[in-house]
Design a protein around this ligand. Structure first.
Ligand code: NAD
Length: 435
């Protein structure tokens, strides 16, 4: 059992803290947002993540997980301090490491016994080394504090499973003994650990997200070609994915990636390369293709509805950037809705959990927590998130509610053939038009 403090109780901090508590450690999650901490203390989890509320409650009740708005107390009572504060982009494209360094300096200022500091936030190469120098200046007395890099790879929507079943745990350290101590914390998870230096660990995180972004944009471009030559992206993806050097994952063509990580991390990596005078061309293209994919899809909606959206009612299904999360940060749906709205469409949108978060991005759009209200009177349905609730729609009811049965599926929530057999006009990304 290790005494752990987690600084920054967002998606990463809360999930990591709860999973470590479940593994038997004593964890205190700290955040400077007092409202958030107050709610967590009463058992209210401020984000939607499957299984998280139960995990937090069970471990809080068992006395293994508690919450603090005072980092001093959290740090004093722990041997390992994990930093999971946000690292948002600055206006010039650089990563804002300010809040992270503030948190590190504050923790160091309250450190009186030897500790291990581990940075879980996604940060530019060299951050752990900088943090180490900051710690040395901020310590009230000279005690040994190791600063290691420990990037996080969990995905929102499956964050708990991703933590317990991580493909790998990456630990970047200067002193192997410090790395071993952190590996000990994760030992109950029984996952493979990769030890490396801090700079490589920091770059692994960016390179992983960059590779996945390139993979998504690549298959989307192949899908765009499919549409022009009459090929079917489903067959093409299956055919190339069967090659073990390529692999079958992440080959679902659609409206592209979104969320709080891929867009931010790809742009950060472009900026990191730019700062050392390297032009990361393939990644720059992937980012551009991803932005274009949203525009292409909005244009497809316009084309499908006869070339003009003026006065047309469009039901957009899905606001979250992917299913099983309420996160709408850089969600394709938000951009697509704005594009449709600008083209004159009367847009109504549905999401089972993300309408509250989406409201401030879409003040002029009527949002629904149940699908049929959004669908009533629609000239077309546009699928932007593959929620199971969308696939489970009562299609006869949907058809009755619409002015015409038209579906533009940006996420392959439906089977094209099945939809066409039921009388829908189905338009998908990379799917041949109806014969
Ligand atoms: P988040 O915005 O959900 O949470 C960050 C939290 O940090 C907030 O609650 C904020 O109040 C708190 N905070 C900020 N500055 C603080 C300070 N000085 N002291 C104490 N608390 C402070 O962010 P997140 O999505 O959990 O991401 C955290 C980090 O992990 C980021 O670097 C992100 O890139 C990375 N990451 C995120 C994911 C993901 O899926 N969300 C996955 C892997 C890595």
């Amino acid at each position: 059992m290790v005494n752990v403090a987690v600084i920054g109780t967002g998606y990463v901090g809360l999930v990591t803290g709860a999973c470590l508590a479940e593994a038997g450690h004593r964890v205190v999650c700290a955040d400077r947002d007092e409202v958030k901490i107050g709610r967590l203390r009463t058992g209210v989890v401020p984000i939607y993540e499957p299984g998280l509320e139960e995990l937090v409650r069970a471990n809080a009740e068992a006395g293994r997980l508690r919450f603090a708005s005072d980092a001093a107390e959290a740090v004093a009572s722990s041997d390992v301090v994990l930093f999971a504060v946000g690292t948002p982009p600055l206006a010039n494209g650089d990563v804002d490491t300010g809040p992270l360094f503030e948190a590190v300096a504050e923790a160091a200022a309250h450190t009186r016994t030897p500790k291990l500091f581990a940075i879980k936030s996604t940060v530019p190469v060299g951050t752990a080394r900088k943090a180490e120098r900051l710690v040395a200046r901020a310590l009230p007395r000279p005690v040994k504090v190791d600063v290691v890099s420990n990037p996080e790879f969990l995905r929102e929507g499956s964050a708990i499973r991703d933590t317990f079943e991580a493909d790998r745990i990456v630990i970047g350290c200067a002193d192997p003994e410090a790395g071993e101590r952190l590996a000990g914390l994760y030992e109950p998870f029984g996952r493979p650990v990769q030890m490396t230096d801090r700079e490589s660990a920091e770059l692994i995180k960016y390179a992983a997200n960059a590779f996945l972004a390139v993979k998504i944009s690549f298959i989307n471009e192949v899908a765009n070609v499919c549409e022009k030559v009459g090929a079917d992206i489903r067959s093409v993806a299956r055919g190339i994915g069967a090659d073990r050097r390529i692999g079958p994952h992440f080959l679902n063509a659609g409206i592209g990636y979104g969320g709080s990580c891929f867009p931010k991390d790809t742009k950060a990596q472009l900026r990191i390369a730019e700062n050392v005078e390297y032009d990361f061309q393939i990644l720059r293209a992937a980012v551009h293709v991803n932005a274009m994919q949203r525009i292409r899809f909005a244009n497809a909606v316009e084309r499908t509805l006869g070339g003009s959206l003026a006065g047309k009612r469009v039901a957009v299904l899905g606001l979250a950037f992917k299913p099983h999360t309420d996160d709408v940060r850089d969600a394709p749906a938000i951009d697509i809705i704005r594009l449709l709205h600008d083209k004159g469409a009367d847009v109504r949108a549905y999401d089972p959990v993300a309408t509250a978060n989406a409201r401030r991005h879409l003040p002029d759009v009527e949002l629904f927590d149940e699908p049929y209200g959004a669908i009533a009177g629609a000239d077309a349905i546009v699928v932007t998130t593959e929620w199971p609730q969308v696939a489970a729609l009562d299609l006869d009811r949907v058809k009755r509610l619409m002015t015409a049965p038209v579906v533009l599926d940006g996420r392959r929530a439906f089977e094209p053939e099945a939809m066409r057999a039921r009388g829908f006009r189905y338009v998908g990304v990379g799917i041949p038009a109806e014969p």
